[in-house]
Design a protein around this ligand. Structure first.
Ligand SMILES: CC(=O)SCCNC(=O)CCNC(=O)[C@H](O)C(C)(C)COP(=O)(O)OP(=O)(O)OC[C@H]1O[C@@H](n2cnc3c(N)ncnc32)[C@H](O)[C@@H]1OP(=O)(O)O
Ligand SMILES: CC(C)C(=O)C(=O)O
Length: 520
């Protein structure tokens, strides 16, 4: 069998430059330095950590990243202005591999209204500044800003001029997210074939998402001959953002057979990197965001759940574990069916015959009709009341939490061991109320179960708002998860913690094997 060779696409990450230009996304130099390390671990090929002339902080960030981050080419961004180029050259001086990225507009709209220069003047500046940058740096990337709205002959004229002066990477951006895939790909083909020297340079695409086409346009550029794609993590960037790194990478990974291209990105770091960028920028990730959104691998509909339980490929085109996402998740809610209920109960070691399952299903649907989702804890209580089977080992009794301006928060909880009837009351403190309740419950659980993390989401808003908590624990080298929903965020976390401990302990019970360790 002949395996076709895939084109290697260079990933040029501009999260810390164009990504940071999104209103509200500004990062401190310290944050940029940490995030640059994460991007290097992700193995982006080129990193643009800032715009050195734009502020002393950005200069310092690019300078420190150039000195300390290894294994990635560092790019200094500059207008076609000597002062910008000088700053970019100085800031990237200590990088093991570097490039200067300079840009000037090419479209009539920008020439007339922004630069207020004639075309011959702009081409002359592009030429002169490319030659100037080449004096200091062997690798110069030139961007014809607003290329996608530029007449093809004008674009070719500018590209030929900068190639003559030594630019070896030509970026043709869709600066305002205006292009359609077919025309964007065609622009690359025409410049590549039409410009003198156009066959000797690397082509780069840089797409904005104003019409939701940034990824599609980037893929079209690859078809048109681009071998470098400029991206940002989570698609952050000016206005509606840039081509999202994780979406482009996974499109190539999933459909590389058809596109014939691949990247060097370390897939299992995608999710963590996405969360770090989201946290640092304070930009939440939409639930339905491709690849890294909360719902990307969560399923609530019975028919989909049934298919997934039989074989994941029925409704998932990517394997979440390859992306560093723990697993696909089955969420129990009003659209769920018997297969999912039976499977969830089995994961807690509870076998249900068909009459018990029918009774549970009826009670479940009544509850699910009134709320967004049904937590494991609620399900286990329904199992106990509908089947008489003891489906819980521990239960949370009285809870009191003191929060306020005092430096430490205090929690007192009663934990009941349902089988023995034993009860213990524990008190603990923490920097926040969540930390305090988690510590107090941990003291009340006799077994050595390690708390391994908490996720909180808000369900709804206003008077109906509820908190959904998911707690991960580790028991005998295996991870377990418990979820709970409550109007009180602290209670949601506490109940979810107990549910996770129950999941761990029930996995060892006499009842039939709970199947896979990390339960859905
Ligand atoms: C599509 C993009 O993402 S482009 C990058 C956009 N990013 C940013 O602007 C973020 C950082 N920017 C900044 O900190 C500031 O805008 C600076 C430091 C770059 C410039 O600040 P100022 O000198 O005060 O100029 P200001 O931003 O108000 O105006 C931009 C000037 O640059 C000119 N200009 C814009 N692009 C270019 C270019 N590629 N090459 C040369 N000149 C340019 C404009 O015509 C304008 O010139 P004018 O003063 O003669 O009218
Ligand atoms: C200047 C280039 C690289 C850019 O950010 C754009 O065109 O959006």
């Amino acid at each position: 069998m002949i395996i076709p060779v895939k084109k290697r696409i260079q990933i040029f990450d501009t999260t810390l430059r164009d990504g940071e230009q999104a209103p509200g996304a500004s990062l401190t130099p310290e944050q940029k330095i940490i995030l640059a390390g994460k991007l290097a671990d992700l193995r982006v090929d080129v990193m643009e950590p800032g715009f050195p002339v734009s502020s002393p902080g950005d200069f310092a960030a690019v300078e420190t990243i150039s000195r300390n981050i290894q294994g990635v080419e560092i790019c200094g961004f500059a207008r076609a202005v000597k002062g910008d180029i000088d700053a970019a050259v100085r800031a990237t001086r200590d990088a093991a591999r570097r490039r200067i990225h300079l840009f000037i507009s090419s479209s009539d709209i920008h020439l007339r209204h922004q630069l207020r220069m004639s075309r011959p003047e702009v081409v002359a500046v592009a030429r002169e500044m490319t030659a100037y940058a080449r004096q200091f740096c062997d690798v110069v990337e030139f961007t014809a800003m607003d290329a996608a709205r530029t007449g093809i002959d004008d674009l070719i004229e500018m590209v030929e001029a900068v190639i003559e002066e030594g630019a070896s990477i030509i970026n043709l951006p869709d600066t305002v997210g205006y292009a359609l895939p077919q025309e964007y790909g065609e622009m690359f083909r025409r410049v590549r074939l039409g410009a003198r020297g156009g066959d000797k340079v690397i082509y780069s695409a840089h797409c904005h998402n104003d019409l939701g086409l940034a990824v599609a346009n980037s893929l079209a550029a690859i078809e048109g001959g681009a071998t470098q794609i400029e991206v940002t993590v989570n698609g952050v960037g000016e206005r509606t953002g840039n081509c999202a790194l994780e979406e482009l990478v996974m499109a190539l990974e999933t459909r590389g057979d058809s596109i014939g291209a691949e990247t060097g990105i370390v897939l299992d770091k995608l999710y963590d990197t996405s969360r770090m960028i989201s946290g640092a920028m304070h930009f939440p990730i939409a639930f339905n965001k491709p690849v890294v959104g909360r719902n990307a691998f969560q399923h609530e509909s019975g028919i989909h759940q049934d298919g997934l339980l039989k074989d994941r490929s029925t409704y998932e085109i990517m394997d979440p574990e390859r992306l560093g996402i723990p697993r696909s998740m089955i969420i129990l809610g009003k659209h769920s069916g018997r297969h999912a209920l039976k499977d969830r109960a089995a994961k807690y070691g509870i076998a249900l015959d068909s009459a018990e399952l029918d009774a549970l299903y009826e009670s479940f649907k009544e509850t699910a009709d009134r709320q967004k989702a049904v937590s494991d804890d609620e399900l286990l209580r329904m199992v106990s009341s509908t089947t008489g089977q003891q489906a819980q080992i521990y239960a949370l009794g009285e809870v009191q939490v003191l929060a306020g301006s005092a430096p430490r928060r205090v929690a007192a909880v009663t934990v009941r061991h349902l089988q023995s009837g034993a009860e213990t009351t524990q008190t603990s403190t923490g920097d926040g109320p969540l930390e305090a309740i988690i510590a107090a419950i941990g003291q009340g659980i006799a077994e050595d179960i390690r708390f391994d993390g908490l996720e909180l989401h808000s369900l709804g808003s206003g008077g109906n708002a509820q908190a959904e908590a998911a707690v991960m624990v580790e028991w005998k080298d295996t991870k377990f998860r418990g979820t709970a929903i409550h109007h009180d965020i602290v209670m949601a976390a506490g109940i979810a913690y107990i549910a996770a401990c129950n999941a761990a302990l029930l996995s060892e019970s006499e009842m039939p094997s709970p199947g896979s360790a990390v339960n859905s």
